[in-house]
Ligand binder design. Structure first.
Ligand code: NAP
Length: 297
């Protein structure tokens, strides 16, 4: 079994990106700039935003973070329009989840697609589905990069994805079935209505778990030699840890790992790759590389 070391791959990507940032600055005077809006006090959201900002600074990006204890939807949308129109800002994120009085679809709709480095806007999603240049959601993009860096074969493989969220499972199913590498896989997308889940997961050459249920994927659900990608992150109380919790994936790592050819750990697998992919999207936004090619429209 080989560990898919997202931490190490993400560190290598950060190193490559900081060189590209330097080149961009020398050639055009431009420094990529990511703005993040964070609303409320969700501890996990604060941790994710801090990690994103830290990674941005490590590669030489400028960052702006706007924290609101609470905000009305109209005021948030107004602030987004200002950031959309600010030529100094290249990428914009509104950290999810949002408080219940704010409509997530409306917020995503208000994002300027060129600055939507999370890749959630319908225009980016549609362009991604048509294999046109687009900001691709960071977690699926991070998974593709991880597969590619380890040169794992995907063509003709059966990829079973558990979880169909619009940020992870659903876009990944499109990307893995696209004509190209990584892609050309035969994809099965599972969710809470799926019957006979283990019969499907046992067929997977590449198994992706993106559910948020600790240890849902047990050893008997995994084919010997499978590649297993664990997206799940759940905080489980653990008084032996300094923070009072530990991070647990959707995969029962200790029992599943011996059956796999490759597997991602939690933490240190998909998480760092998600942040690396966000950096990549932000750099491409700063370089105006996303919407230059309109072939096929
Ligand atoms: P989500 O929006 O809650 O979606 C969960 C999906 O799992 C849904 O499609 C749901 O089905 C499905 N599901 C729930 N119970 C199931 C079951 N028993 N069997 C089969 N499918 C089931 O979650 P998400 O945003 O994709 O996140 C999933 C996990 O990944 C969470 O732990 C999250 O924290 C983590 N995550 C990690 C990263 C990272 O960078 N590592 C990034 C994003 C998310 P229905 O659609 O039918 O409800």
């Amino acid at each position: 079994m080989i560990l898919l070391d997202g931490q190490a791959v993400a560190a290598a990507i950060r190193c490559e990106l900081s060189q590209q940032v330097h080149r961009l600055q020398v050639s055009s005077g431009k420094v990529p700039h990511l703005a993040v809006i964070l609303i409320g006090h969700d501890p996990a959201s604060h941790t994710y935003v801090d990690a994103k900002l830290k990674a941005c600074r490590a590669v030489g990006f400028k960052t702006t973070v706007i924290r609101h204890a609470t905000i009305q939807e109209a005021d948030l949308l107004h602030q987004m329009v200002q950031l959309n129109n600010d030529p100094m800002i290249d990428g914009l994120i509104v950290q999810l989840p949002l408080p219940p009085h704010i409509s997530v679809p409306r917020v995503i709709h208000h994002m300027k697609p060129e600055k939507d480095v999370d890749g959630f806007h319908a225009l980016n999603y549609g362009r991604m589905a048509r294999s046109l240049p687009a900001h691709i959601p960071a977690t699926p993009l991070g998974i593709l990069i991880l597969l590619a860096r380890y040169q794992l074969e995907t063509s003709g493989k059966h990829c079973v994805i558990v979880g169909r969220s619009r940020t992870v499972g659903a876009p990944l199913s499109i990307l893995m079935s696209r004509d190209g590498y990584p892609g050309n896989a035969t994809v099965t997308l599972c969710h809470s209505h799926t019957q006979h889940l283990s019969a499907l997961t046992r067929q997977a050459d590449i198994l992706v778990a993106a559910v948020g249920r600790p240890r849902l994927i047990t050893a008997d659900m995994v084919k010997k030699g499978a590649v297993v990608i664990d997206v799940g992150i759940t905080r489980e109380p653990d008084q032996t840890r300094k923070l009072g919790y530990r991070l647990q994936g959707d995969v029962d790592f200790a029992r599943v790992a011996p059956r796999c050819s490759y597997i991602t750990p939690v933490p240190g697998g998909v998480g760092p790759m998600t942040i690396a992919a966000l950096l990549l999207n932000t750099l491409r936004a700063a370089q105006n590389q996303v919407y230059v090619t309109d072939q096929g429209i």
